[in-house]
Design a protein around this ligand. Sequence first.
Ligand code: GLY
Length: 363
Amino acid sequence: MHTIDVNTGRPYRVHVGTFLLERVGETCREVAGGERACIVTDTNVGPLYANPVRQGLAEAGYEVDIFTFEAGEANKRAGTYISILEFLAERAYTRSDVVVALGGGVTGDMAGFAAATYMRGCAYVQVPTSLLAMVDSSVGGKCAIDLSSGKNLAGAFWQPAAVLADIGCLATLDDAQFADGCGEVVKHAAIADPDLFCALERTPLTPELLRENVPLVEELVARNIDIKRAVVEMDERETQARKLLNFGHSIGHAVEASENYRLGHGTCVAIGMTAISRAAAALGACDTTVPERIETACAAHGLTTRTERTLDEIFDAALHDKKRHGDTIDVVIPRRIGACSIETVSLATFRDLIAEGIGAKGK
Ligand code: GLY
């Protein structure tokens, strides 16, 4: 098992290993206390994993409730979030009780935001079951819901009390869900760890690798979390350095929105990283091997790097992005594999970057 200590304002420990679902109860007891525990999960994950978690919580002395919502990004919205708050209030949860986020990124975001705001904040423990949630969204305390105008537009920075990433849960992901998580894995390596990037080029993180070598998958997940830890510790509330984690996201989020969330987040990040790297190489900010290596690494992880969306569709969607400030937007530009810079560019320049990145005609 790997443990990673995240030294944010409220420090916590991330555990990466196998058979961790059974340990959620004892971990909640250690880090959060309280009398009641509410598992927040969705209709895909609940039937698979809620039982061992519920049992462990009960054995640790908790009165346990389960809130289950319909799976899917379309449900990461105010209605579901308010239902969680009402559910906690109807059962007389206090701010010393604990919320357990059991699922992927959507669940972690909604349970985290509910915990951040219920009685002005109660403890929550992240139990990510998707690769994307393990390597990215469960760590760092960002939690949000979508509004009609865009993704993650209402949210908070609210660090979990602990994170338990049980690698065994990855076995029930389908190939597309697994690949989707790899978008963030390639991103972490591309922004901060050239050795990890080379390792992923040699041995991609795939479902086959999970079947053949669980310890290596465990190590790769832990290494990704450690990259995220280092960035979040530098800049918990994203005033500057944390923006590096948005590599591929300015275009990626816009593709995601213009696709009406039919494509996974990690897949859109792969499209966004490749596009911005191509544009950066065309401008001379990095050499052409950077987009080539990123595109090849994404493909080796089963990720598409091309979009059918038009320049106007992507640009219009980008105007709703949180990373936009008036007439400018922050963009992460690759300099070489393992090093990126954060640039503030005008919206007109950003439009040109998108056009260059997706190879749009008649820019
Ligand atoms: N997923 C980017 C961040 O947590 O900052």
